[in-house]
Design a protein around this ligand. Structure first.
Ligand SMILES: [Zn+2]
Length: 428
């Protein structure tokens, strides 16, 4: 490889907010060197040339709520039963699945075991294998009776989540996660409708516990991320300064006002794939419509749509990522979120694509060098067959993604007859 790659004649979606335009893009090393119409033959000297005719060139996508450690289980407790050795291999495989599907950055929303995300990130950063950029998460930290407390009184069993009750325990657990090297500290602030005793409207984690987690995480320069469905949980998270607040579906006017007033501080993510697949594809996993209605998932779906119309109108930073990794939300479907944003939340295709790229890069803490096709930015790029602004569903089809470039390296090269994705794990 020459270290210089020229992609010619593509339509460039640069994620700045502008419409797509025809241009050539020159990559040198791991950076975008030039974006211009008709970069001349001088620029092509010594460069690998890729013909982008009929394709959209765009930034690599950012998965803003990713779970590479989620292995297609039907319920979270099963994650605890997988031995760490197998679990690590599955995690690495999932990062590759997401890279194949155009995700060049993963913001991990929770790791199923404390060190899985951390060691995967470290191996990618060390160049041991090619993978997406990663911010590694802690396991879900919850309270007794919170989402993720899978223990039983009659049976000795640890939970895959870390349990912390009270300020002292929270401080200790959060510090443990710091010592082990996480980037994102995940707290389960509200319950969830899957949990019999702690529904989505319940907020088991106290203000003091949330504040303690934030204090420890921020002291170490890390981000706080929260599972927050109830309006009360959103308010507590905003007050405490949680950086990324997931779901937020039951936000009332007061919670939305608080988010809007502090929108430069917070990101939100609906993780809507979970609800969409439950409502539209439940039959595939043997769940009946009656079962869903009895648990209020139909209402939760409508409430979520209404909430995210509000988030969009209020200019709150929203990232894609749909809680993929369960049996009914397989890894690789992640880019479906973009069309969900358009279809259910009222985003234009351009805006939804920005959520998947530029806003995601902001969440990664890299907005000044990632998430746009722009001179000087990092060369995480996709070449997609067709016009993604005319049809955002193209991105959910891996076969339409002709090129995946991560940090200037071609993971998927449109000129190869055997796709890289079919080869075993190999370092460049
Ligand atoms: Zn999640």
């Amino acid at each position: 490889m020459s270290g210089r790659i020229l992609i010619r004649n593509a339509r460039v979606f640069d994620a700045s907010g502008a419409d797509a335009y025809p241009a050539d893009v020159l990559v040198e090393g791991n950076r975008i060197r030039a974006v211009a119409t008709d970069l001349g033959t001088i620029d092509a000297i010594g460069a690998d040339v890729i013909d982008g005719t009929g394709h959209t060139l765009m930034p690599g996508m950012v998965e803003g709520h990713s779970h590479p450690t989620f292995t297609g289980v039907s319920e979270p407790a099963q994650l605890g039963e997988i031995p760490p050795e197998e679990h690590l291999l599955m995690t690495i495989k999932n990062t590759r699945v997401m890279l194949d599907h155009g995700f060049t950055s993963l913001f991990e929303a929770a790791s199923a075991k404390l060190r899985l995300g951390v060691v995967t990130r470290n191996a990618i950063n060390a160049g041991d294998f090619i993978g997406p950029r990663m911010r590694a998460a802690s396991p879900e930290i919850t309270t007794t009776a919170g989402l993720g407390d899978e223990r039983r009184v009659h049976l000795y069993r640890e939970s895959f989540a870390l349990i912390a009750d009270g300020v002292d325990e929270m401080r200790k657990v959060a510090r443990l996660c710091m010592r082990e090297g996480v980037d994102n500290l995940k707290i389960n602030v509200s319950g969830d409708d899957f949990v019999t005793h702690a529904k989505a409207s319940i907020t088991p984690m106290s203000r003091a516990e949330i504040t303690t987690a934030v204090e420890v995480g921020h002291e170490f320069g890390k981000m706080l991320v929260a599972h927050s469905r109830s309006a009360e949980s959103v308010k507590r998270c905003v007050e405490a300064g949680v950086d990324c607040i997931y779901h937020c579906d039951q936000s009332d006017a007061e919670a939305l006002d608080m988010l809007e007033r502090n929108k430069h501080k917070h990101f939100v993510g609906p993780a809507f794939g979970l609800l969409y697949n439950l409502m539209y594809e439940h039959e595939k996993i043997g769940i009946s419509k009656d079962w869903l209605i009895a648990r209020g998932f139909d209402k939760a779906f409508d409430v979520s749509c209404e909430t995210y119309h509000q988030m969009r109108k209020r200019g709150i930073r929203v990232v894609i990522g749909g809680d993929y990794g369960f049996a009914f939300t397989p890894q690789g479907q992640n880019a479906r979120d973009i069309s969900h944003f358009v279809r259910f939340f009222g985003y234009t295709p351009n805006e939804a694509l920005q959520c998947a790229t530029r806003v995601g890069a902001d969440l990664m803490g890299m907005k000044s060098e990632l998430g746009q096709v722009r001179e000087g930015f990092l060369a995480d790029l996709l070449l997609v067959k067709g016009d993604v602004l005319a049809d955002v569903t193209l991105l959910a089809d891996k076969d339409k993604i002709a090129m995946v470039m991560t940090d200037g390296r071609l993971w998927k090269d449109p000129r190869r007859t055997i796709a890289r994705e079919r080869l075993p794990i190999a370092a460049e």
